[in-house]
Design a protein around this ligand. Structure first.
Ligand SMILES: Nc1nc2c(ncn2[C@@H]2O[C@H](COP(=O)(O)OP(=O)(O)OP(=O)(O)O)[C@@H](O)[C@H]2O)c(=O)[nH]1
Ligand SMILES: [Mg+2]
Length: 459
């Protein structure tokens, strides 16, 4: 299916110390040999595995393009499990591009996005969940996100999925034995055993799903929006969390007109933090659009930071927002407590829990710690923040787990309804196949293509 040789630039395009052109496939060594001349007249095809050769890349007229180091990794002991050659050029757009061009002329085909990783998957070097973790690894915004991705790449998630799949297979074998030998009187013991085993499988899947929302946060970031009436200090909060003067802060209400989005790391948790235009009735066209946008962002957020102003006390504008905010995952920030504290906290407490109301002074940096701590608590929501937990972070995986869970529940209800065991065998098989979608054992070619097309070229 894949017997041609692909090549791509695997490092970012731009000025850098080095840039790497990677080749993978049967002809990787002979193709590289054609364009490379070793200083010690060594041959690439005959060199020891996992060695580095030093020499020149030459174009077809024999002109020297760059001085390079070439590494040779023969399959199956390589990233793709095929023969891989990496040409370490001097960084800089021209040398790397030119080297790729020469390699392509010598017989390689330009790699599609994610094609190296796809080959690693198709050749059985890594499973689908592991391959997907590579994108997460590249995109990780915080150390904790990186850890989640690395654990997945190392196969922690796949290991758990495979264990559950094996349990299911054993159970299926058990049921099918009952079906195949009805004259054997194993029916009754079977039913008890099926119920017990299915219950165990159910619990394991539920446990994984319980961590999935946390996992998604590490992969995609927690969509957090700061809202409140004009001039309460929303932009000041964005700047404080970002530790940078990103948004314009003035004492003129209505300063922020557009939504401003930045990624910040709060104790290792990636937040997609959005500062918005203060919500108020306005005749100003630009501001009106800003307010509309604020409402849209608000609707799509995972966490709402609702700010009120301690120096003015609660106003009608604040009170109008209470009912909208209180049903959401939200924190109330009472800012400017350094001026005066006119806000009646017990009034807010009729809508929000005490631990979700945070008094602050952004002018003096007070209360930021409490805010960060509270956000951390909300994300972990009673779950252990242990790094060794298996964290499902990918929506595709979560969806498959949910479907598998439904099938297992069907097994249990069929059992309780006293249906024949062969009905259960069908649901169990569905659950087993659904889990296989996560690791890629039972997955369509289209889906595989779709997943890898989200990678960048050269990965
Ligand atoms: N005294 C005091 N002033 C503050 C505090 N936080 C912010 N301010 C001031 O309040 C004013 C408004 O702050 P911004 O951060 O621009 O407020 P905003 O909510 O983004 O305002 P809009 O963009 O107009 O909706 C600025 O002059 C800030 O310096 C605080 O804790 N104490
Ligand atoms: Mg602002």
């Amino acid at each position: 299916m894949v017997d041609d040789t692909i090549a791509a630039i695997s490092t970012p395009i731009g000025a850098a110390g080095i840039g790497i052109v990677r080749l993978s496939g049967k002809e990787a060594l002979p193709i590289a040999e054609k364009v490379f001349s070793s200083f010690k007249h060594k041959s690439l095809t005959n060199t020891r595995n996992h060695s580095l050769l030093y020499g020149h890349i030459l174009d077809d007229t024999g002109k020297v393009i760059d001085e390079v180091l070439v590494s040779v990794m023969r399959g199956p002991h390589s990233f793709t499990a095929e023969d891989v050659v990496e040409i370490n050029c001097h960084g800089g757009i021209v040398a790397v591009r030119k080297t790729l061009e020469i390699v392509l002329k010598a017989g390689a085909r330009p790699a599609d996005p994610g094609e190296f990783s796809k080959r690693a998957f198709l050749n059985g070097r890594i499973d689908l969940a592991q391959a997907e973790s590579i994108i997460d690894l590249i995109n990780a915004k915080t150390e904790k996100s990186l850890k989640v991705a690395v654990n997945q790449l190392e196969g922690m998630l796949s290991g758990e999925i495979k264990e559950i799949s094996t349990e299911m297979l054993e159970l299926m074998a058990h049921i099918e034995a009952g079906i195949d030998f009805p004259e054997h009187d194993i029916e009754e013991i079977s039913r008890h055993k099926i119920e017990q085993k299915s219950g165990e499988i159910l619990a394991r899947i539920e446990h994984m799903l319980a961590l999935a929302d946390t996992g998604k946060v590490f992969r995609e970031g927690l969509r957090t929006v700061i809202i409140g009436k004009p001039n309460v200090g929303k932009s000041s909060l964005l700047n404080a969390l970002l530790k940078e003067k990103r948004a314009i802060v003035t004492d003129i209400p209505g300063t922020t007109r557009d939504v401003i989005e930045e990624i910040v790391s709060i104790r290792g948790i990636p937040l997609k933090l959005v500062d918005t235009a203060g919500i108020r009735e306005t005749e100003d066209v630009v501001e009106k659009i800003g307010v509309e946008k604020t409402k849209e962002v608000f609707a799509e957020s995972d966490l709402v930071l609702f700010m009120v102003d301690a120096s003015t006390g609660l106003t009608a504008e604040d009170r109008a927002l209470f009912p909208l905010v209180k049903d959401r995952n939200s924190l109330v920030i009472v800012n400017k407590t350094d001026v005066t504290q006119e806000v009646n906290v017990s009034e807010i407490e009729t809508h929000f829990r005490g631990e979700d109301i945070i008094e602050m002074s952004l002018l003096y940096g007070r209360g930021l710690d409490r805010l960060e701590k509270r956000i951390e608590e909300m994300v972990y929501a009673g779950l252990s923040s242990s790094q060794e937990e298996i964290v499902v972070s990918n929506v595709r995986h979560k969806d498959a787990l949910e479907r598998a869970l439904r099938s297992i529940k069907d097994v249990l209800s069929a059992m309780r309804a006293g249906l024949p065991t062969d009905c259960m065998a069908i649901d169990l098989r569905t659950a087993w196949e659904t889990l296989g979608e996560i690791t890629g054992e039972s997955v369509s070619e289209d889906l595989v293509d779709q997943i890898f097309s989200r990678f960048c070229i050269g990965k």
